[in-house]
Design a protein around this ligand. Structure first.
Ligand code: NAP
Length: 336
């Protein structure tokens, strides 16, 4: 059976996921498209999914009997309304991060899914599907003893002028927030943000770099350097220090050259290239689970926890140096 997918939001990531489903992955087909910018949906129809039907609203697309599952890739502020509509219709949905832009909306989604009684939502935290992180998790789980500390960095060469301090949490750190919980099978109890000397490449509305310090329930300390004007490349680092040894996230594959008395390899510069393979794997997982009428991978609960944690981190930015407690409600058994 081919899973019939409708896409809401046909911008950058929506059109890329549509291409992936149409040309790379098996088991699914794009049958419906919707976007407030109808020309964008039309372009995806003509270039990627000629048989797809255009819907004027996301709600109509979700309600269509021709749509089995939904991809929500519109602007973040619209995700909650579409996820709630998909749950109400009993249709599996893949929602790009963030699940919602407020913790209250994310909680509403969790409650609706729990009331439905079965998982229907996968959140687009694709790092869990990255081959490097998966290898790292295997080693952390089996070879280096109990994890004690994690040293990490998220560096971008530059960011657009409109990128301001809180975006370092909502747009950048959000992936780390999710992936460390999964990597360590743990939750956060507090966050603190400290600001080193600012880079001259930043501007008045962006404190860059920043260091976020987490403590987890199990007592692990995690430091994350966020440096979005680092100039030299897009560089994701993660080192887990355990009782018996340490493990590093592998570097992306790159050709090493020896020339002019130098050994060199290129560093990526575009974030889109770093996790490109993981998008294929996460959507393959979505197609498999949605074909069985359910969802796998990062859940609404994970999206909700990410939202609570982001809010605490933004507060920690505003109260630089102060330790902000992160209190999580009890996890419903649906997510155990
Ligand atoms: P984008 O290029 O701006 O595309 C978003 C599209 O949604 C635009 O065509 C926009 O139309 C449309 N839209 C806005 N409001 C809508 C509504 N109410 N109903 C239907 N469509 C609506 O943005 P993007 O970069 O693709 O990002 C989309 C989402 O994916 C964001 O939440 C982002 O955080 C997430 N994302 C995740 C990753 C990842 O690595 N996991 C990477 C990139 C993006 P207008 O342009 O007319 O507003």
């Amino acid at each position: 059976m081919t899973l019939r997918i409708g896409v809401i939001g046909t911008g950058m990531i929506g059109s890329d996921h549509a291409r992936r489903i149409q040309t790379v992955l098996a088991g699914a087909s794009i049958v419906a498209l919707s976007d407030v910018n109808i020309d964008g949906a039309r372009a995806v129809q003509s270039e990627i999914a000629p048989d797809a039907v255009l819907y004027s609203t996301g709600e109509e697309l979700i309600a269509s009997p021709d749509v089995d599952a939904v991809l929500i890739t519109s602007w973040g502020g619209t995700h909650a309304q579409y996820v709630l509509a998909a749950i109400a219709a009993g249709k599996p949905c893949f929602c790009e991060k963030p699940l919602a832009t407020t913790a209250d909306d994310a909680r509403r989604i969790v409650d609706a899914e729990v009331a439905y009684g079965k998982r229907l939502v996968q959140v687009g935290f694709m790092r869990r599907y990255d081959a490097g992180y998966r290898l790292l998790k295997k080693v952390v789980d089996s070879e280096i003893g109990t994890p004690l500390m994690v040293h990490t960095a998220h560096r971008n060469p530059t960011v657009p002028e409109q990128y301001v301090t809180p975006m370092a949490i909502h747009d950048t750190l959000i992936h780390e927030i999710d992936v460390f919980r999964w990597l360590l099978d743990d939750d956060y109890v507090s966050a603190q943000v400290v600001f080193p000397r600012a880079s001259r490449h930043s501007h008045a509305k962006l404190a860059d770099p920043q260091i976020v310090l987490f403590e987890t329930k199990k007592g692990v300390r995690i430091d994350v350097e966020i440096f979005v004007n680092c100039r030299y490349g897009y560089d994701i680092q993660c080192q887990v220090v355990g009782e018996e040894g340490l493990a590093n996230l592998p570097e992306p594959m790159a050709i090493v050259t020896r020339k002019d008395a130098k050994v060199q390899n290129a560093i990526l510069t575009d974030w889109k290239d770093r996790f490109v393979d993981s998008y294929d794997v996460e959507l393959a997982d979505f197609i498999q689970a949605a074909s069985r009428g359910t969802a796998a991978g990062p859940s609404s609960w994970d999206g909700y926890v990410a939202s609570i944690t982001s809010d605490a981190c933004v507060e920690a930015q505003e109260k630089a140096g102060q330790i902000i407690d992160i209190a999580l409600p009890e996890r419903p058994s649906l997510y155990n």
